[in-house]
Design a protein around this ligand. Structure first.
Ligand code: ZN
Length: 444
């Protein structure tokens, strides 16, 4: 299918599979991930208070190892990948912990070619803990929480570093997540201060266990959590839907969208980005085993506890890494998401008029819709930019969705690059927004 087609094309969608994009990166390497995870677990503990200068044990040795692995990608990137440590002294409000500690993130940045200030982040936290959150001495292998997510970030760096993208991609191993999302807060704040436009942060935390506590194994889907303080179409939720859209190009793997920011009583590094005003999601396995999280490595009444490597499913982590890399490759290769999308219903037919503001470097625009109760986009029409007439002060163009009744659907638009890469969707404002504003103005 070519974008040069003059007519708007109606694409089949819904939950069915989509064809791969030619620019999709290769699948993640399961054996490499296993090797990485065994090395991380081999440091015994990666607790933020563990040894910083001991050979082969503790957080210091772990971050040296991570930094060395990221540095191995520099050559492959033609010298473009920038690997650095980000250090921050931060306040800690945790029982048994000192009031202040130093966190060290390991960061690899692949600069964008034409829109470098737009940034995508793939992160996992390399720090770990056992049953006592303040214990930096005893073992805390952190195989799944969050050696698995750290391996995803590292593997994605390997899969993408040799290629060029319009936007910047940042791969991060975060420190201090277990002590209050400390490392990610330092990173999100630094990005905000330098004016980065973070268009998506993918937090991978606990992405390696597939055997549920009830004995049922599920390795065919990933849960993606996203914050939405207003409505169901925030930028974070749009990012979550970008992941589920990408998963349609994978065999036997899907995204289950969870329409809340995180699990009850839990947090993750994506929250630091949400709090800084950036779209973010949390990726987590479907079948968490709570007897392996934040536990000492012990046997209790014949049952093993602790976050040890024996229960990690490397093939599953590889799928998560593949999904992360495919999604970010597409978003970073696409133009920016449209800033302006407005809708209006026809007066004499069940048609919807969609106005979209012009986006730099967009070769086409994809108009999408879903019924208001559907979790994800159900219909899509691709229209070449040359077939739209951009005019007026805001350089907007109008497209008509025939036989789409505005009152029953949510409508959005994504911009499309020459190679077919699609941005996140920008949804049109809900009609209720004006009612809510009026009510708020009346103090209700
Ligand atoms: Zn975690």
């Amino acid at each position: 299918m070519t974008l040069a087609l003059a007519l708007a094309l109606v694409l089949p969608c819904g939950p069915q599979a989509q064809d791969p994009l030619p620019q999709d990166p290769p699948a993640a390497d399961q054996a490499r991930i296993e090797h990485d995870l065994r090395a991380l677990v081999g440091f015994g503990t990666r607790h933020v208070l563990s040894a910083v200068d001991e050979k082969g044990r503790g957080t210091g040795a772990a971050r040296d190892w991570l930094e060395a692995r990221f540095r191995e990608c520099v050559g492959q990137s033609g010298g473009r990948l920038v690997v650095e440590r980000q250090t921050g002294a931060v306040a800690v409000r945790r029982q048994g912990m000192p009031p202040e500690t130093t966190v060290v993130n390991v960061i690899a940045t692949l600069p964008g070619t034409t829109d470098a200030e737009r940034v995508y982040v793939i992160g996992g936290h390399y720090d770990s803990r056992n049953g006592n959150g303040a214990d930096g001495e005893r073992d805390a292998p952190g195989a799944n929480d969050d050696g698995s997510g750290t391996c995803v970030a590292l593997e994605c760096c390997r899969l993408l570093c040799a290629r060029k993208f319009a936007a910047t991609i940042v791969f991060v191993a975060y420190d201090g997540e277990e002590q209050g999302l400390l490392g990610s807060a330092v990173h999100a704040k630094a990005l905000a201060e330098k004016g980065a436009v973070v268009d998506g942060m993918l937090g991978n935390d606990i992405v390696g266990n597939t055997l549920g506590m009830d004995g049922e194994r599920r390795r065919d889907y990933l849960r993606v959590f996203s914050y939405a303080p207003t409505g169901n179409d925030t930028s974070g939720r749009s990012l979550a839907r970008a992941l589920s859209w990408t998963a349609r190009r994978m065999d036997g793997f899907a995204v289950r969208l969870v329409f809340r920011g995180d699990r009850y009583g839990r947090g993750g590094d994506h929250r630091s980005f949400f709090e800084a005003g950036f779209p973010s999601v949390r990726c987590t396995e479907p079948r968490e085993d709570f007897s392996r999280q934040h536990q000492d490595v012990v046997m209790k009444e014949g049952k093993p506890y602790g976050d040890v490597i024996e229960y990690v499913d490397f093939a599953y982590i590889a799928k998560v890494a593949t999904l992360n890399s495919m999604t970010v490759a597409e978003l970073a290769g696409a133009p920016r998401a449209p800033e302006l999308v407005r809708v209006e219903g026809a007066r004499d037919a069940y048609d919807t008029f969609v106005d979209v503001g012009e986006v730099r470097d967009a070769s086409a625009y994809e108009f999408v819709w879903r019924t208001t109760t559907a979790p994800d986009w159900e219909g899509a029409q691709l229209v070449a930019a040359k077939d739209l007439e951009f005019k007026g002060r805001n350089q907007t163009a109008r497209h008509v969705l025939k036989n789409v009744c505005i009152d029953e659907v949510v409508v959005g638009v994504r911009s499309v690059a020459k190679d077919g890469s699609r941005s996140r969707v920008t949804a049109a404002p809900e009609p209720d927004a004006t009612v809510f504003r009026a009510a708020a103005a009346r103090g209700r």
